[in-house]
Structures are given as structure tokens and as C-alpha cells.
Design a protein around this ligand. Structure first.
Ligand code: EPZ
Length: 428
């Protein structure tokens, strides 16, 4: 199993190109199931989650071609063309779905287009139980008959899905995406209330519009979708990854230095920028993206609670905690989205962090220095928080179970070493 070795204490200087957003690219890929015409996505990041989903889609009959290599010199990453001329299977098997929850998103499009689907229940994962009850309730409201048997969701809607009025009891990114896709091909109008406003959800909505869907209210809590008989193909560019952007902002904040994040969109991290600025980090827009700098002066602790967008994202909570380990003063970080998303804390404590956790809140008392140590990545965002800690620490940090990182951070060691970090992948 590969490991990442980091020798800390180097400042980061230069520029990094931000990749296409994983969590936007995944639902956009699933949208290819909604049409028999080709859907081309540009700026698709090279990540294992993307390959996993490609495998699932291929099993359903989607033909795929990839062009471009996604390297920094290429302006906009790789292009992926998908065509679901004919859906050859409506089954998403356990062996594939269990590896990545986002694959459950195929349920809505399959029922909408083929009037049936058999999709494995994804099961829990390290950060929480993560049920799919809202996806199922919404699809039921649109006329799907659903049965749970042997770990699978069996769904059918013999006459097709129909429009519905569905109010999400709480915000769910995936359920919003699933129902938006299903509603695009349903008969009649669907009104979704308390919809997720995450930029990735809105990005999916814009792609559906380009495919001929009739959607109003994108980017708000109420979305109205008038179903159409068929959708067409299009070319669509995946939005830049706001979580990767926030991660590199925090890396520079932790190490000091100055980075320009090419392609970064400040408007997708509006809750993050003022928080880091209030802590003493300089962030400013440039005509190519965002510039972040911390020179000399140290940064202070913060109070933060994770919330659905536009609040502070749960996917940046671990990275913020790593940064706050060496802040001046104490931080309180409250996680409200997932019940078990503090697994990075014990690993950070192995590096000398002073953290106590009570219920949903971590109290992080800033220490002067972290010290390198062997640590274990437990999930995607937790593993990158250990990279940040390692970059700022004294001595060597070895991060085990790097496959988590490869799910969501494109060429991270390459990008960071190009701006001065001492980081490398150790094979084996
Ligand atoms: C998406 O997951 C992201 N994944 C997650 O990113 C992200 O952390 C999360 O949204 C929150 O922003 C993708 O976009 C592929 P939710 P998703 O449905 O859609 C509960 C990463 O590191 N819930 O908004 O699964 C759920 O358990 C990943 O890139 C139900 O109870 O998240 C959670 O507590 C991790 N029933 C909360 O809602 C449901 O039917 C929010 O989950 C659905 C969700």
C-alpha cells in the first residue's frame, strides 16, 4: 500500500492549478444516463472515485471515451464523453456501489429512463451511517414503488415517474441531485423544497438545462422542474473544486508563503474566505483565481460550525482542524453534518496537537509546533488534513492508507512539491 512521506517546515510559494470538482463531476457523469446522445464533460479530474463510477456506468451500458491528460499545462483537464445509446442493465451491484456512495445516484435516472432499477444500498462508511431514505422517499413521491430486499433497492414505475411536491426535511446534496435528475424526465412538474444549494448541485442543474431540461430556481432552496420527454447531449465544463481550493488555502496558512490558485472560484467558498481572513491569512482575487499569503504574522484560533452551503463545508472541517492545531489561541469546531467525522483528531494528537472532543465539538488549543509521526488516513478529507499537518510539522510524517487521498485529490504530491513542499509517494 502506498504511503506519503512529508518533511515539514517548508513554505509554499508559486502557483497551483485547481482541478475540476470531484463532487460535481460524479453527478454530471450520472446525468449521461438520461439521454441516448453523447454528453461530454470537460475538466474531469483524474481520481479513483471517477474511475469507480465509470466502471458502474459502463456496466449499465454507457460507452465512454477519454481525451487529454489533465496535466497542469493543459488548460482544462481531461474530457470524458459518455453515451448511453441503450441502457443494457438496470442493476448497480453491491461490489461496485459499496466502494462509493455517489453511485447510488444512478437510481433516479434509471427509474426515470427505464422505469425500473435494482441498486445496492450503499451501507454506512467511516464518517457516518449515511442512509438513503430521503432519496427513496422522494422517488416514491414521484410514483416509484420501492422494495428493500437482500441489501438492494428494487424500484419500479411501470407507467414512468410523475411530478410531485417534495419537501426535504433536512438538506441532502445527493438526494437533491438524484431527484433533480429523475424529475427532468418525469411527467409533469416537480417542486423540490429545502433543496441543497451546494455549487455542485447547481452545476448539475446547469448541465441538465443545457441538455434541454426545464428547471427554475437553481441556486435557491426551491427548485421547480417541468419534466420533458427526452433530453439531449451537450458539452459541459465541470466547475473548479472548492474543497481542493480550500485545502490549499489552509496549507499555505499553515506553512506560510504565497500561492496563486489558478482557476479557483472565490464565490464557491464565501464562508471560508472571511473565516481565514479573520484568523490573519491574506486572500485576494486575481484575474486567474485567488492568491493566498501568510508572511510573518501568525494566525489566531476560530469558532466554526459546519453547515449546508453556503455555510462552512464539512468537507473542509478536517483541514481547518489541522491548521488550528498551531494557531495562537483556542478554536472550537462543531461538526453538524456527519456524526463521526473527527477521526483525524486522534491522529493529529499523535503529532502533538491538543484536542478534546465533546459531543459534536472539538476544542483545539493551539500548540507551538506539531512533530512528524507515522499516521493513518481514515477517510478522504481526514487524510489531506494529515498532509497539511505534516507540511507544518517539524520532522517527518508518514501517512498510511493513501488510497483515500487518491479518491479525491488529483496529483497532490506533484502539485505540492512543485511549490516547494518536501513530499513524496513511497510505493509498496
Ligand atoms: C455529499 O455527500 C458529498 N459527496 C460529501 O462529500 C459531502 O460531505 C456531503 O455531500 C455534505 O456536503 C458527494 O457529493 C459525492 P448528504 P452526500 O446527502 O450527498 C444524511 C467527500 O469527502 N442523509 O448531503 O452523501 C447523511 O447521513 C464527501 O467528498 C440522510 O439521513 O451527503 C448526512 O448526515 C464525503 N438520509 C446528511 O444527511 C439521506 O437520504 C447530509 O448528507 C441522505 C442523507
Amino acid at each position: 500500500m502506498d504511503r506519503i512521506q512529508v518533511r515539514g517546515g517548508r513554505r509554499l510559494n508559486g502557483e497551483i492549478r485547481v482541478s475540476g470538482a470531484k463532487n460535481a463531476a460524479l453527478p454530471l457523469m450520472v446525468a449521461s444516463l438520461l439521454t441516448d446522445e453523447p454528453l461530454t464533460l470537460v475538466n474531469v479530474p483524474h481520481l479513483t472515485d471517477i474511475s469507480q463510477l465509470a466502471e458502474i456506468l459502463a456496466g449499465l451500458g454507457v460507452e465512454m471515451t477519454m481525451s487529454g491528460n489533465g496535466h497542469a499545462e493543459a488548460e482544462l483537464g481531461r474530457a470524458l464523453t459518455m453515451q448511453a445509446r441503450k441502457i443494457t442493465s438496470t442493476v448497480a451491484p453491491y461490489e461496485l456501489v459499496r466502494k462509493m456512495r455517489a453511485s447510488f445516484l444512478v437510481a433516479g435516472p434509471l427509474i426515470a429512463r427505464c422505469h425500473k432499477a435494482k441498486v445496492s444500498l450503499p451501507g454506512g462508511c467511516a464518517i457516518g451511517t449515511r442512509p438513503v431514505d430521503l432519496h427513496l422517499k422522494g422517488l416514491e413521491a414521484m410514483g416509484a414503488r420501492i422494495e428493500l430486499k437482500d441489501g438492494y433497492v428494487y424500484a419500479e414505475a411501470p407507467g414512468g415517474l410523475h411530478g410531485a411536491h417534495f419537501v426535504f426535511p433536512f438538506v441532502s446534496v445527493g438526494a437533491s441531485e438524484n431527484l433533480m435528475m429523475a424529475a427532468s424526465l418525469a411527467k409533469g412538474t416537480t417542486t423540490l423544497e429545502n433543496v441543497a444549494m451546494e455549487p455542485e448541485v447547481t452545476d448539475l442543474g446547469h448541465c441538465l438545462l443545457a441538455m434541454g431540461a426545464k428547471i427554475e430556481g437553481l441556486g435557491t432552496r426551491t427548485v421547480r422542474i417541468e419534466g420533458v420527454d427526452r433530453l439531449k447531449g451537450t458539452n459541459y465544463t465541470v466547475l473548479p473544486d472548492r474543497i481542493e481550493t480550500g485545502t490549499y488555502l489552509m496549507a499555505v496558512a499553515a506553512t506560510g508563503g504565497e500561492l496563486e490558485l489558478i482557476g479557483a472560484r472565490g464565490d464557491t467558498i464565501e464562508s471560508v474566505i472571511p473565516l481565514l481572513t479573520s484568523a490573519g491569512v491574506h486572500i485576494a482575487p486575481t484575474n486567474r483565481g485567488l492568491k493566498v499569503a501568510r508572511n510573518g504574522a501568525h494566525y489566531t484560533g476560530v469558532e466554526v460550525t459546519t453547515e449546508p452551503y453556503p455555510g462552512f463545508p464539512t468537507d473542509l472541517q478536517a483541514q481547518l482542524m489541522a491548521l488550528m492545531c498551531t494557531a495562537n489561541g483556542t478554536s472550537h469546531i462543531t461538526e453538524t453534518i456527519f456524526e463521526n467525522r473527527f477521526m483525524h483528531a486522534p491522529e493529529l494528537m499523535r503529532m502533538g496537537a491538543d484536542i478534546t472532543i465533546e459531543h459534536q465539538t472539538a476544542t483545539v488549543r493551539g500548540v507551538e509546533k506539531l512533530r512528524g509521526a507515522p499516521v493513518m488516513a481514515t477517510d478522504l478529507r481526514a487524510s489531506v488534513s494529515l498532509v497539511i499537518a505534516g507540511l507544518a510539522a517539524e520532522g517527518e510524517t508518514v501517512i498510511n492508507r493513501v488510497y483515500h487521498l487518491d479518491r479525491g485529490f488529483e496529483r497532490i504530491e506533484e502539485k505540492l512539491s512543485a511549490v516547494g513542499a518536501d513530499i513524496r509517494r513511497v510505493k509498496g
